[in-house]
Design a protein around this ligand. Structure first.
Ligand code: BGP
Length: 461
């Protein structure tokens, strides 16, 4: 038993971390354009003269033809990226879309299909127009539901013959930890604001699901959560229950979006924290009747939780106490392949819908040798071990439809804004200060991953 026949093999990026061209062809400014890295406090507007790594990024906007060919060269049969909302509706609240933005993605998706790659498209990957934050207060405001639905209507209609796999909000559960990026609310938003924003996004997502099925009957539309794992730090019952509860802070999002209703445990959290949601009767109708078709998720690492400890999170998920049994990346992300098998089982037991690993990868420091080669054996090891774990999860009976490796070409790190934190099979010559030729070259992992795909995951060692 191995990977299923039509398994989706590919890579994943996001517009804001790759495209650059942040103010070109009518694009508006979005939430990541005003930040130098999501772990930093955002500026809420572009400060003239300040260096923002994502403004040029790797210039995928002008180089995607070459880059997509490199991806197809590894045998990818799918490719995940996002549509930058502000290229289509610069401020987010316009009636008429920006034709240049629409045409850009027309070309890109057509090229993917010509190269044999199914587009997997995130509708909102940390790219809400900043105008919607500054004028309306972001997703806390119900008006955003209509703006989002209008945006979805526009892109579903335009790309209905090109895109069959959609995801609504990237890592929607990061509303708690990276509020501006994930929910377009201020970085210091209250719990009340966060849950209200989440509610409005649930309604918007359900409405998008409905619309998607009406406009593109053969499409699948999923939700997307950050689901790196959490273990109890010890076998002390308080740690075990605390870790369980902490995990439910994330699973809550899946519970609403897939199971279609608010779970009992969250009502208790609302009560204890004086959270009172502003809702309409029809919200629950949409949430219940238009759930996600599949669960897309990111998995990078695991962490541990000890009762009472302060919790924070970043792009890799919740950060707790270090696990003495695991090794870490240079950025302190603990590497745990078995954790991926654990999480796949956990999620499938809970939801019974197809799972799609839409992000998994190793951010590390790469060295270019004198002969130009880059020997990233550590990356090969990371992927090999995670794919082995995924294989085991499939043997356990979990329905996994695909694996898109995060950052198959080096891009700007979402969390830190660095170029030094590289994930790619393809190296991009650019440093943290923005210097470099932007030329692309293959790392050792490129040919290795190609062989993995060629053999549908049989060749790993
Ligand atoms: C996820 C995001 C991605 C991506 C990844 C890696 O949270 O969906 O956008 O960047 O994390 O994080 P980083 O770039 O901070 O290493």
């Amino acid at each position: 038993m191995c990977f299923p026949k039509k398994f989706l093999w590919g890579g994943a990026i996001a517009a804001n971390q790759a495209e650059g061209a942040y103010d070109i062809d009518g694009k508006g400014i979005n939430v990541t354009d005003v930040s130098t890295g999501l772990i930093n406090v955002p500026d809420y507007k572009v400060i003239p003269g300040k260096y923002y790594p994502s403004h040029e990024a790797i210039d995928f906007y002008h180089r995607y033809q070459e880059d997509l060919e490199l991806m197809a060269g590894m045998g990818f049969n799918c490719f995940r990226t996002s549509i930058s909302w502000g290229r289509i509706f610069p401020n987010g609240d316009e009636v008429e879309p920006n034709e240049k933005g629409l045409a850009f993605y027309d070309d890109m998706f057509n090229q993917m299909l010509e190269l044999g790659m199914e587009p997997v498209i995130t509708i909102s990957h940390y790219e809400t127009p900043i105008h919607l934050v500054n004028k309306y207060g972001g997703w806390e405001n119900r008006e955003l539901i209509d703006f989002f639905v209008h945006y979805c209507h526009t892109i579903f209609g335009r790309y209905k013959n090109l895109v069959k796999y959609w995801l609504t909000f990237n890592e929607i559960n990061n509303t708690h930890t990276i509020p501006l990026a994930a929910a377009a609310i201020r970085h210091d938003a209250s719990m009340q604001t966060k849950f209200q924003a989440a509610h409005n996004m649930f309604v918007a997502s359900a409405k998008a699901n409905k619309l998607c099925h009406e406009i593109i009957p053969d499409a699948k539309i999923g939700c997307m959560l950050s689901l790196s794992g959490v273990y109890p730090a010890t076998c002390k019952p308080e740690d075990i229950f605390g870790a369980y509860n902490l995990r439910r802070r994330s699973l809550f999002f899946g519970d609403v979006m897939i199971r279609g209703k608010y779970p009992g445990y969250i009502k208790r959290i609302f009560e204890e924290n004086n959270v009172v949601l502003d809702t309409r009767e029809e919200d629950y109708f949409y949430i219940e009747n238009y759930p996600s078709d599949y669960l897309g998720f990111s998995y990078y690492r695991t962490t541990t939780y000890e009762e009472g400890m302060p919790i924070y999170g970043h792009t890799g998920g919740i950060v707790g106490k270090e696990n003495p049994y695991l090794e870490s990346t240079p950025w302190g992300w603990q590497i745990d392949p078995l954790g991926l098998r654990y999480v796949c089982n956990e999620l499938y037991d809970r939801y019974q819908v197809p799972l799609f690993v839409v992000e998994n990868g190793l951010g590390s420091v790469d060295v270019v040798e004198a002969d130009g080669s880059i020997n990233d054996d550590y990356r090969i090891d990371y992927i090999r071990d995670h794919l082995k774990a995924l294989k085991e999860a499939i043997k356990d009976g979990v329905d996994i439809i695909g694996y898109t490796y995060w950052g198959p070409i080096d891009i700007v790190s979402a969390g830190t804004g660095e170029m030094k934190k590289r994930y790619g099979f393809v190296y991009v010559d650019k440093d943290n200060e923005g210097h470099g030729t932007l030329s692309r070259s293959k790392k050792k992992s490129y040919d290795w991953f190609k062989k993995v795909i060629e053999t549908n995951g049989k060749y790993l060692d």
